[in-house]
Write a protein that binds this ligand. Structure first.
Ligand code: KG4
Ligand code: ZN
Length: 336
């Protein structure tokens, strides 16, 4: 196979993303089209509308991204597309587009695990992960703590038993009347407030699993009891700060416990919530205390994007892994 770039395609949730990435993680082009305005009225991602929006956005995004290399398809070695986990309708749009392009261009198509994409995101444009690594993957769909022996060998230590951390940020944002995307809005707002409200820290002292639904409902109950809190900027900021303080304490406690039990060279946080300034600062401080490296993706590569899928695609090509193109909404972390 020739070609120095892999074309990545990501459509697992509500971002249509296409990218061209070299094996060393340098990104030649990446285009991400979000759907916030489409889903705003529903207060969350509406699956049918997400699929339709991917269908409209995908080929124009491919055309713009390949335009960055003068449509020189000889440079494209393979197409890597997210096959799961995610919304089935959204996944099928990406997989179908990739199959069509592969056939038309005569290129192999690799079905990639979205979560393996997130795990590679810190290595886009430069940083190298030090292994073994302790990884927290915190996104809208997942909250998982894992140990990575190498790029290939991943063992999950724990995961959320209910909501993900990102989903919880989004729901709290919605109950405070903040616009989508809720995570960044809460993260920003929390910096202006104080954590004056007592909120629970579910499963803080237990193992490596997480639980966020009780925290989410506690915020909802607080706002039912004191509706005036959502009516002023200062009130909203204090609720956001109290919620974020609980999330940070939970994340730190789980990472700290895992670092005490596992001899690792680095701690890594990936997924959309890794864009949070507060989480980044907290994990950096924790890593400093343990005297190990802290590797975080630049915020642009923390949230869903096709560049991380293309970079993971290189791993599949090198390892000779070809899991096929069956879209799987529940693909587990350790699957190819
Ligand atoms: O990784 P991602 O883009 O999509 C999934 O694979 O789920 O993660 C999206 C999640 C959303 O819940 C969003 O609110 C959250 O990541 N998020 C943030 C920030 N940016 C995105 N949460 C906290 N602070 C942020 N700056
Ligand atoms: Zn994701």
């Amino acid at each position: 196979m020739t070609g120095d770039l892999i074309l990545g395609i990501e459509t697992s949730c509500d971002d249509t993303s296409v990218a061209l990435v070299a094996e060393d993680g340098s990104v030649t082009a990446c285009e991400t089209v979000n759907q916030f305005t489409i889903h705003e009225a529903f207060g969350g991602v509406f699956p049918d509308l997400a699929s339709r929006a991917h269908l409209t956005a995908i080929l124009p995004a491919v055309a713009r991204v390949t335009g960055a290399i003068g449509h020189d398809r000889a440079r494209i070695r393979a197409i890597a597309v997210t096959r799961g986990p995610g919304l089935i309708g959204s996944l099928l749009v990406g997989v179908n587009a990739a199959q069509g392009l592969g056939l038309a261009w005569g290129k192999p198509v690799i079905g990639v695990n979205h979560l393996r994409g997130h795990l590679r995101s810190p290595e886009l444009e430069g940083q190298a992960l030090a292994y073994p690594a302790l990884v927290l993957l915190a996104s809208g769909g997942h909250t998982v703590l894992a140990r990575m022996e190498s790029r290939e060998r991943i063992t999950a230590l724990g995961a959320t038993r209910d909501d993900s951390m990102g989903e919880c940020y989004d729901k709290v944002a919605r109950s405070l009347g903040l616009p989508m995307p809720g995570g960044p809005a809460i993260d920003r707002l929390a910096l202006a407030g104080s954590p004056v409200h007592a909120l629970p820290r579910p499963m803080l002292r237990e193992g490596y699993d997480f639980s966020f639904s009780g925290l989410k409902s506690s915020v909802a109950r607080l706002l039912e009891r004191e509706p005036a809190l959502a009516e002023t900027e200062a009130g909203r900021a204090d609720v956001a700060a109290s919620f974020v303080a609980a999330c940070m304490e939970i994340a730190e406690a789980k990472l700290d416990r895992a670092l005490a039990a596992h001899d690792v060279a680095s701690v890594v946080v990936v997924g959309g919530v890794a864009a949070s300034r507060q989480l980044r600062a907290r994990v950096q401080a924790l890593a400093d205390r343990h005297g190990i490296a802290c590797t975080l993706p630049p915020p642009t590569w923390a949230t869903d994007n096709a560049a991380m899928i293309a970079l993971a695609g290189w791993d599949y090509a090198r390892a000779g892994q070809d899991p096929g193109l069956r879209a799987d909404p529940a693909l587990p972390l350790d699957a190819w």
